[in-house]
Write a protein that binds this ligand. Sequence first.
Ligand code: CMP
Length: 475
Amino acid sequence: MATSRKKSDIFLYLVVTAVFGLATFLFWKFSGNHIAGQPSFAGWWRIPWLVLLSGLGYASIRVINALLFDFAFRLRQGYEAPTLVRNIFTLVAFLIFFLVVFTRLYQEVDLGALFTTSAIFGVIIGLALQDTLGNFFAGISLHADRPFQVGDVIVLGAQQLTGVVEGITWRAVKIRTFQNHIVLVSNSSTAKESIEVCPRDNLNARLVFFNTLYTDSPAKTIHIVREAIREAENVSVKITPIVRIRNLGDNGIDYEVKYWLEDYAKYNDTDALIRQLIWYALRRAHITFAFPTRTLHVERRGPTPLATGPQKEVIERLSAVDIFAPLSNEETEKLAGGAVRHVFAQGELVIRAGDQGASMFVVHSGRVQVQISDGGKQRPVAVLNEGAFFGEMALFTGEPRTANVVALEETEVLEIGHDAMKHLFETNPDLAESISWTIAERRAGLEASSQQAAAVAKAESAGLLNSIKRFFGLR
Ligand code: CMP
């Protein structure tokens, strides 16, 4: 479209040049004012000569301008020359042409003296064109600096005028706002303002905010939202969106989503799409948006309610742990009643080696890794999945924790304290023995390779049983 318009422009200028050329030729031929093939520039004939030659010159300069910038410039540079550059070219070329023609026609006029002596003329012109010249030179500096280009999104000045740059003329920057209005900001104002530029050929990012209730897991929320938006339209696939906690707010957890756009000029639509996708994703995952909340703690007096919901889950989990298998239903329920639930984020330490410990843990959901320090680095010893237990060594022997235990993903553990275990030992004497076996095996695993481990374990378990019994005051 644009090229065909440029082509028709060139054609038009060619026609105009031809018309002016023909008119000049005819005027020269029939004016009777030429001697031996040379036009004579004298008397009133000089005025039509000046008009005709100026017209011819102007049309020729436009043809050269079109040829130069529409074809040569675009071929070599790969993009269209700015209008301002083209206009300056036309203006300067025409001024030179006009002065040459004028000095040829009016040889008796001393133009140099006219310009240098006419100080008043200069002052008048200067004052009259103050703003225009200001814009003109600001426009030139905008072109030289190239702080932004056509197609870039800019945010201008304290008023935060935002839109897509449509053009930079000798007078103003033309911005199309997101309400599809055209705003013209004079070049001199633009040069004075602070400008935030989001270049067209750059991966620009946006932030979108949302929040959830405190009861919803951050790890789950972050995963779900990131997956829901990463392939949305206009979201760049080159950088994975980031979802992170921005604030622990009054009403819930505040999150921010940072994503990068293919086409920044469409950020309003994409922001809206992202918000919509977040709503659906959270809905599917039963995660709730935060609303103004107050937490009320109600103390309930009377008989303990029957195990329901989460408590039931805990009972089921504990009864599936191998060392608790021999326990009766009542004993398991009692154990569950005393267990405390804790959630750890990926990478968090559940147990630190060397600490004192008076409780053990059962993995309720997720996974943990047992690590020991080896030459300053953490070396993994074992990974414990749902239903496995850990922390029993310090609990049953009274010694410091033997290893670090780290959550490999978001992990919920059930903590069982010293008193609860003591009670169980009294009614289940075999429990101490099976635990002493596990401890012996794990100790051996910490120290040696798996082959030696069995032998070490057997030798150690008898001694351990006695020390567990002693530590818990059992017979
Ligand atoms: P504790 O010493 O209290 O704290 C660290 C825990 O890591 C330890 O109890 C065991 O429960 C666990 N642990 C130590 N070594 C091993 C191992 N080889 N395999 C599995 N778990 C282990």
